[in-house]
Design a protein around this ligand. Sequence first.
Ligand code: NAP
Length: 481
Amino acid sequence: MPPQFANYINGEWVATSRTFEDRNPANTDEIVGVFAKGSAADIDAAAKAAEAALPGWSSMPAPARGNILYKAAEILEKKFDQLGAEMTREEGKTLPEAKGEVRRAINIFRYFGGEGSRLDGVMVPSERERVHVFAIRKPIGVVGLITPWNFPIAIPAWKMAPALICGNTIVVKPASASPLCAWRLVEALHEAGIPKGVVNFVAGSGGELGEALVKAGPLKAISFTGSNDVGHWLHAEASKRRLRIQLEMGGKNPTIVLADADLKSAVENVVNAAFFSTGQKCTATSRAIVEEGIYDRFLEALVERTKKLKVGDGMTPGTDIGPAVDKGALETILKYIETGTKECGAPVCGGRHLTGGAYDKGYFVEPTVFADVKPEHTIAREEIFGPVLAVMRAKDFDDAMRIANDIPFGLSSSIQTTNLSRALDYVYRAEAGLLTINLPSAGVEYQLPFGGTKDSSFGPKEQGPTALDFYSDFKTVYLKY
Ligand code: NAP
């Protein structure tokens, strides 16, 4: 009998008559858990519980709220190995990647726990005599948090922790493909003694629950990470009610490789960013834009390195790349490989759906490289969200910048160069919110602003100090004394 996981509403674990299965994408025979499938009525109850809990939580001193986050971090720390293994089993990424993400979630709870003692406002001198002016932060109220499956513990953590430390109460809707990791965060907060109603968790179908959430009376804001289609729909709905909204969505991230780059490190960085986590990172590199002078050598070394990657169950030591998250994701990746083959010729490596033996139980695909892809080709323009890399030729630095920026997305971007002047020029010209130089385009840290530009994002940046700006508002005070 697989473990059962209830929803969490008003401090109680609430079972439902409907359920859904959370299966291991590396071995679909394995059911990781059976989850309560929430309804619009559950979202309603959760939003009302959050509203009722708001006065108590928002008036608790912020350092005391921080202590609850610290305590939850300690609880998560004790389950570190278990959480890593659960993530690999429900999402598919390799165990070292999963553990790295659990570490990040724990750090995020600690970081925002500390913000409880720092929640700053504004204090400046007044223009007038004997007038004292200052602005204090206040929470915005009940916040809905909708999260994707690809970073199943870090993303819920980086929304929940700043929302809570600012004094808001929350309703969390996790992705159906990987709800267990977010459930564990809620469990840790429950065990840490968070007052009832402050945190609510409702799993189930995104369409049904998303609509209920955006229409829930007590809701004041929504933070969403996921696809552009859903994000744009939510934005339109939220605008009708003037809800505050923050959207983090898709990307089509470039890595520019200039002729002066360190070839070995450029290849490693591109392989890491394009293929690790099965390319299922919003910050993954899906376009390598390579300057003419190094193109042939880069492509040859890239193909050689890519062919060495081991695809398999993320629990098996030595695996580099796990499965796609589910059947739909696998089919989308294979469809793009087919389109790429039609438009640009056969891939120079990979391209196959892996079958036979243990592969038959999961959703495995080879890391795939297409060469000489043109900016107008579909695989150079649309987000694939899988281990598929388009390698593109650029005449020079300016041409590479033009190709890199010529897309509607603007999440992450990278350059590989030993020329400091070019690197700085790139920083000013790249149309993306997250830039890396001589590093993979993916792999960000929690203590800095996170988010994109253009069609990738909307609203204040997540993580780091800027996270507080979305989850709080200012009250400005003028005092004559
Ligand atoms: P998704 O299909 O948009 O789902 C994201 C979340 O929205 C899930 O919880 C989903 O629930 C829910 N949802 C689905 N339909 C909804 C609706 N009509 N109203 C409200 N919520 C709804 O995206 P995904 O496939 O999970 O994630 C992949 C996408 O996320 C990619 O585009 C990736 O680039 C993006 N992403 C962006 C970032 C970033 O920071 N920019 C980070 C990670 C991922 P169900 O799971 O139940 O469908």
